[in-house]
Design a binder for this molecule. Sequence first.
Ligand code: ADP
Ligand code: MG
Ligand code: MG
Length: 484
Amino acid sequence: MSSSYPPQASSTKLSEIRAEAIDWSLAHGLVVRPTIDKQQHFEHNAAVTHAPLALYPTPFPRAEFYKAKNLQLPWNTLIHRMSQDDQLITELMQTLSQVDDFMKRLYDIYVQVKSEGIAQSASLGIHRCDYLLHADLGKDTSTARIQQVEFNTIASSFGSLSTRTSELHKYLLSSVDDYGHGQITMDQLPDNDAVESIALGLASAWKLYGKPNARVMMIVQPGERNAFDQRWIEYSLLEKHGVRLLRRSMEQVVNNGELDPVTRALTVDGYEIAVTYFRAGYGPEDYHGDKEWEARLTIERSLSIKCPTVAYQLVGAKKVQQVLSVPGRLEHYVDDDATASDLRESFAGLYPLDDSLEGNQAYEMALKDAERFVLKPQREGGGNNVYGDDIVATLNKLSVKERNAYILMDLIRTPPLDNLMLREGAILNGQVVSELGIYGIYLNDGENQVVNQVGGHLLRTKGIDTKEGGVAAGFAVIDSPLLV
Ligand code: ADP
Ligand code: MG
Ligand code: MG
């Protein structure tokens, strides 16, 4: 890629591109609700703004893009197998439950429902594996290879808005004169069916449940600003599959939900729920009190097919990612050596912070060389990790036992590129790095795999001075890859 990417555009041209991008986004539902202070002129949730987005697609090596896609089917199977491994979950929770109250409460639900007998043996996964490009210091950008940041098993978001962003960049290329400046061609912008894949996953689980009048329920956060990313899934589910979806908070499930004492069918507001799809409930902030925990337990006990089950959520922990990196552990779940080695090739260095020999070595290493690492707790949704000097400060405050709540990971060093980001109408210019997400759709009926699919992609781009990558958390914009 020449150094003049993104294409040089005059300020008049840039204003035109911005105007086209904003109008297309508003017209095509590439939107989010503005922050509360900006909604004040409107009642009844009537205000939207375009989603934070990249004005140009960001270059991404074609081979690495397809490599990530090809890893997704094995990941789907791997996650499912881990979720069925009671020994793994018990091992994981032995120490975590003593230092992480949120994980402990999830585990309590897992244990209780297992001892009662599981009503629904099917499970649905709508996952997303996230990758950054890594090049060793001093090495050429062309050596950059994907390394996995994490895998998400609950509430993986932005599938819909990412599909729309891929379309936006194609639109800008076909509609704005000289947008690409000869540097962007249509065949470099891959199709992205994330929203359709997610809807197909939900529809497949609904069909497996086998009751034509039952509905899908999406568990949402009250006041969700990213509601349109969710709505697109709902509309696709209705339009393409004829399946209806209820949006409910966990509190509403407790207040208006019932479990049939015999079949354990879950009914909410009179509708039987075939599939429960969580877009909330991934972190402690979604559980304001016992009501939400009661809702989570009720759903887990129910006959509805969960996306995800508590077991899926537990094995999505960062600690499991670290355990998998231990020689032999990943291989235990993967049928053939070639696949295992392909998966392993994308692993960054991961280290335990427990009281084992390795744990103590990692602890010393982190104190000595903090800039090389990221310290991660068992949390989701962005903004929870610790970097640089803060690692030393955090580790110094923790007892040996408390360190168990964290893992240590090598910092992935992504060669920066340039791009223009658009946030609430304002253009931000600067060096950026992009994180690629690949969606995975997986349905198992308890004995057999029913669906195993790659489900489209997401590219999130952030300024290099921000460490974390969440779009909703305000750190990043939605982008699409320009395959090079
Ligand atoms: P979460 O579950 O909260 O999204 P992540 O592991 O994805 O947690 O970390 C959040 C963000 O932090 C990522 O999107 C990425 O930008 C950054 N990050 C995480 N791990 C690394 C790493 N090993 N190297 C560089 N950046 C990282
Ligand atoms: Mg995550
Ligand atoms: Mg993440």
